[in-house]
Design a protein around this ligand. Sequence first.
Ligand code: PGA
Length: 258
Amino acid sequence: MVRWIGTSWKMTKTRADAAAYAEALRAAIPPGGWPGVQPFVIPPATAISVVRDVLGPSSPIIVGAQNAHWADAGAWTGELSVPQVADAGATLVEIGHSERRQHFGETDDTVNQKVQATLRHGLTPLVCVGEPVQVRATGRAAEYVLRQTATALNQATAPSAVLLAYEPVWAIGEQGREPTVAEVAEVTEALAAEYGDRISGVLYGGSVNPANARQLLQAPGVRGLFIGRSAWTADGYLRLLRIATDVAQQLHPVPAQR
Ligand code: PGA
């Protein structure tokens, strides 16, 4: 059972910064990769091809896009389609991050259309879901997130390819509060119970850092971590990959390579 450990760089990094980060990662890949761990990085769109090229075609690190439109092409000024981000080197598409829902009008329905477009082109959708603080206060976080997810995955043709990231809005970014494992588990267990092995897994995201990663990675229902700030340097990301490898080894020891 692989642990997914990924980072979105959001709106940070020039192409030169991205190349330097990717080069540092490439140089640090252990001989057998990170056993039990599937890493992914999501650069800004301008740097997807840079990161893909520096890592090389056979890298164990997946490269993704932070967004893609539901249409394949056309008069959608400022947007990028799934075929375009795939052409740049992305094999995964992040969809419906709360910053996009809050500032760019994304809804459960547009998220659903983007999930379908991503699956239609054979890429992996990473669907972000999570409740705002007001909903958490009512005690209905799991119900809210289950409903959000059901709409996002409505008529998904290949749900087994889907990754979910549970990201409570109140836990994300500079103003975010670190959640307790119990707060995370309340929702991730409900998602795991509902979707189980029908999807690739449920990740947790929001204020992940090296001090809480081990605990969060072992929260019930959690199969990986989706990280912002703590992985914006290659060293920070590598540290989290090592923690995840350690956890994966403890839970499912992989024999050392000869
Ligand atoms: P953060 O961001 O780790 O900086 O809180 C997480 C996210 O937005 O996915």
